[in-house]
Design a protein around this ligand. Structure first.
Ligand code: DGP
Length: 121
């Protein structure tokens, strides 16, 4: 289930420090060490899955849960869009090195608190 050398597995197990935002039996969320915006949280499954490209049908519920946790955290941290969809946040999965993935344990970036441009670099 866990990869003994995985940095996010160590964070989940409490072997490395982190600023926890949320935790339940399936996921752990914490502030990114290198924030790219005023709000930058990583939502991480406790199950060690290297990337989106390693997901299987049995992970469907888990991925849906990660999005609902992201929505709850966005509300709690004040970056949720209003009724006119003003303000808001970005959710990102980097998949593979060309996409910018550096930690090979699945994680959903929740980024907000400033306006963002598109397309990303
Ligand atoms: P990615 O590039 O999509 O694989 O994102 C990895 C993110 O993880 C990156 O934004 C920096 C963050 N990160 C890496 N190591 C640590 C750590 O030890 N603690 C915390 N809080 N974040 C980390």
């Amino acid at each position: 289930m866990h990869d003994k050398d995985c940095i996010f597995c160590k964070i989940i197990r409490g072997e490395l420090p982190s600023k926890k935002v949320y935790e339940d039996e399936q996921v752990y969320a914490f502030h990114d060490i290198n924030p790219v915006a005023p709000v930058h949280v990583l939502i991480v499954p406790k199950k060690h899955i290297p990337s989106v490209h390693h997901l299987t049908p049995e992970d469907e519920q888990l991925v849906g849960h990660m999005f609902l946790v992201a929505k709850q955290i966005a509300n709690e941290l004040g970056v949720a869009p209003d009724e006119n969809m003003n303000k808001g946040y970005r959710l990102v999965f980097n998949v593979g090195k060309d996409a910018g993935q550096t930690v090979f344990h699945l994680h959903l970036h929740l980024i907000g608190g400033r306006t963002m441009s598109w397309p990303p670099g």
